[in-house]
Design a protein around this ligand. Structure first.
Ligand code: GDP
Ligand code: IMO
Ligand code: MG
Length: 443
């Protein structure tokens, strides 16, 4: 046991594909066994769904553990926070009688997503798409348009960035915005972006008002988390986005702008990475992707359409139809390796029922004919691989009533077993529907 975990179990929930694996459902499920639920990366590009009976909750910034009033939810320093979106989310939760009070803490060092970041995100995507029309490479990412990339870029630029703590000091905020608006206006003009002029007074007033709303929640979450670690609390880390979208380890440049793999935990919380005992890798029983970028096992055909309709594969954040395809285990094995998973949760297994034959990708064939079991985290080179499939028999039964793994159809059990063999990790959770009850735990 690590000297840093003080004998308690600390778990990370991390997506192993291109997002939307069902992390929200699993965080909700595991919240009961933890005291704190902590977001460490990304922003409102995430959309995590929790279904409780007839109620469906989709959270973007708020940790999915918020449905449990006695648990402490924390947004760590590594998250980029759109304060208006956060306030709207808090209001929407309260309207549904979900308690958001001293059970929620926001890092004073999380970076702020400003309105001009969203303008910039949309404008850059438009510019990249039109450059492609002129015959260049296709480099528009298909972002969620939530200003994520520009906000993280400002963090790296440093002097043009604002942090949540800055919202609490109106005079300092105003003086910073004076300079930032000047720089930003020139940049927007240089990009020929038609945006209303930026007024530092207006922006400072709006930001200070949002800061006032969030004030009761804002604190130094690094010390808060360490205090909880020492006093024996158990922490659940809620990864946003997913390993193949990681800025360093994903399918660059078609990725998001943060470390969404386990690598993001220490940087995004201030806790040592060694405190995490269990890394639960969340994967769909097939593959999906929203936005652009290589996707070797994509099925732009009847199979893909069938998966999309059965799995209701439409984005939680943008409602875009998700691209669908066969399970790519070269990719999942790579993500499991990067994140150091100790177990897997296989989600949406029900979606595959009634497909006669299922394919899983175990290797890639490269343009020179060689075959590899190694993933290629580079979008351009990944475009050129041909998936090598293994075919497994499907099952005709719906999975709704399964009580344990041995009650699943034999071919569904074989499918899970093959995932374990190829990825080299144990399947600890199987999910066959959006609801809490449609889950096999500890299988
Ligand atoms: P996240 O971003 O990883 O939290 O995933 P999303 O919430 O964006 O997308 C997952 C979708 O699948 C949500 O609509 C869930 O309610 C739904 N879901 C989760 N698990 C299952 C499952 O086992 N079967 C089915 N059919 N739907 C599921
Ligand atoms: P959750 O947490 C699926 C994708 C976008 C785009 C790329 C960059 O719900 O799994 P960004 O707006 O981050 O600059 O977009 O990353 N993307 C996601 N896709 N689920 C997500 O989050 C995603 N977050 C970002 O579609 O291709
Ligand atoms: Mg999602």
């Amino acid at each position: 046991m690590s000297p840093h975990n003080h004998g308690r179990r600390h778990t990370a929930v991390i997506g192993l594909q291109w997002g939307d694996e069902g992390k929200g459902k699993i965080v909700d499920l595991l919240t009961a066994r933890h005291d704190l639920i902590v977001r460490y990366n990304g922003g409102a590009n995430a959309g995590h769904t929790v279904v409780v009976g007839s109620e469906r909750y989709a959270v973007h910034l708020m940790p999915a553990g918020i449905l449990y009033p006695e648990k402490l939810c924390v947004i760590g320093n590594g998250v980029v926070v759109d304060p208006q979106q956060l306030v709207d989310e808090i209001d929407a939760l309260r309207t549904r009688d979900i308690h958001v009070g001293d059970n929620f803490r926001l890092s004073d060092r999380a970076h702020v997503v400003m309105p001009y970041h969203k303008t910039h995100d949309v404008a850059l995507e438009t510019l990249l798409a039109s450059a492609r029309a002129g015959g260049g490479a296709d480099l528009s990412i298909g972002t969620t348009r939530r200003g994520i990339g520009p906000a993280y870029a400002d963090k790296v630029h440093r002097c043009t960035a604002l942090r949540i703590g800055d919202l609490l000091d109106p005079e300092y905020l105003r003086s910073r915005l004076e300079v930032i608006c000047e720089v930003r206006s020139r940049e927007l003009a240089a990009l020929h972006i038609d945006a209303p002029p930026l007024d530092p007074d207006d922006l400072a007033r709006e930001c200070a008002a949002l800061g006032d709303r969030l004030r009761p929640h804002i604190t130094d979450t690094t010390y808060l988390l360490h205090d909880h670690l020492r006093s024996g609390s158990s922490i659940l880390f809620e990864g946003a986005n997913a390993c193949l979208l990681d800025i360093d380890h994903g399918t660059f440049p078609f990725v998001t702008s943060s470390n969404c793999s386990a690598a993001g935990i220490p940087a995004g919380t201030g806790l040592p990475g060694s405190c995490v005992n269990d890394v639960l890798g969340i994967m769909k029983a097939y593959s999906t992707r929203v936005g652009a970028g290589a996707f070797p096992t994509e099925q732009d055909n009847e199979i893909g359409d069938r998966i999309r309709e059965r799995g209701n594969e439409y984005g939680t954040t943008t409602r875009r139809p998700r691209r669908c395809g066969w399970l790519d285990l070269v990719a999942v094995r790579y993500s499991a390796m990067i994140c150091g998973v100790s177990g897997l949760a296989v989600m949406l297994l029900d979606v595959l029922s009634t497909i006669d034959e299922l394919r899983i990708c175990t290797h890639y064939r490269l343009p020179d004919g060689t075959v590899t079991d190694r993933f290629i985290p580079d979008a351009r080179r990944l475009m050129d691989v041909e998936p090598v499939y293994e075919t497994l028999p499907g099952w005709s039964e719906e999975l709704d009533g399964s009580a344990d793994r041995s009650a699943l159809p034999t071919n569904a059990q074989r499918y899970l077993h093959r995932i374990e063999e190829i990825v080299g990790a144990e399947v600890k959770i199987v999910s066959f529907g959006p609801e809490r009850s449609q889950t096999l735990v500890g299988v």
